[in-house]
Ligand binder design. Sequence first.
Ligand code: HEM
Length: 323
Amino acid sequence: MGSGVLALHEIKDWNLEAIESIAPYLISRPNAQASQSAGRRPVRIEHRTLTRALVACEHSEMPPPLTYASYLDLEKLLTLQKPRSSPPEHDETLFIIIHQTYELWFKQLLHEFEKIKRDFSAGDLFGAIHAFKRVRTIMKVLVAQVDILETMTPSSFSSFRDRLETASGFQSVQFREIEFSLGYKRASTVNYLKSDFPGYDRLNQLLHERSVVDHFYDFLETREAQIPAELKNRDVTQPNGPDERVQKEILRLYKDSPECSILFELMTDFDEGLQEWRYRHIKLVERTIGAKKGTGGSPGVPFLKESLFRSIFHDLWAIRHEM
Ligand code: HEM
């Protein structure tokens, strides 16, 4: 690079948005050599010009330029890990970060489910395929993350477990939202929460909304499937269940419509992934606390086993032997 001229990637801590935010200052200077072309070609700015623009920017009323840290609100994010053990137990940081990352991925899953519902009702096959590819991949990451927590030994967990008091994954509202959004509704889990519990309103709303499976019926209808009226008008606060009439229609589409079968297989992958997560979580619990009760008050492993093989897309599983 010639003397005094910087390529954009050489300007440390300044991204394209930051440079754009000082653009008015660059343009107002006759000597400015800022050229920004479309695409990924490097932007060249004279060092002198940039410094002047930065100084002008600093003394102006303009909001500070966006940076990596401010866009991601990193200062806040990185202070959200607050171990409770004293003296600090090394593994508690891992325990907190793992749970926080799960919750972030849960948030993303819920975001994708809303899109999937819209895609289904609009009969948008490729939109739904795309979204299911994504949620399936997220599910794989969620399953793989268990490996990291399994590097924590039972004695290491015991060293700070008391500090969790009655806090438990059982209280993860987003996990229940995932179940509700997909169609595994259990009103009793809402009744268990107090109405001022954070997330209560969202969960209650999802209980009364149509699930991914209900929207899947819409999609099937766009492919000339006959969906029984009682399924279309069903009480949406109840869990979705299997239905032989729907299974017949899916079987027909498996045979006649290869593009639909791609979607059905992705949905099955996702469903299997969720069950895989339940299995890995149970084994994690078993190897870490054995026969101890959960901090949430449940019997622990036996309680978790109750939902181990619970599927979401019942109709997709029910027809495998007929293909
Ligand atoms: C050492 C690690 C872990 C242990 C010992 C553990 C233990 C347990 C136990 C015993 C339960 C049953 C409820 C109770 O009585 O507390 C439970 C439920 C749950 N845990 Fe964990 N857990 C661990 C890690 C995780 C992680 C990393 C997540 C990720 C978010 C998680 C999410 C959940 C969820 C969502 C439930 C409710 C499951 C359901 O109701 O079907 N747990 N956990």
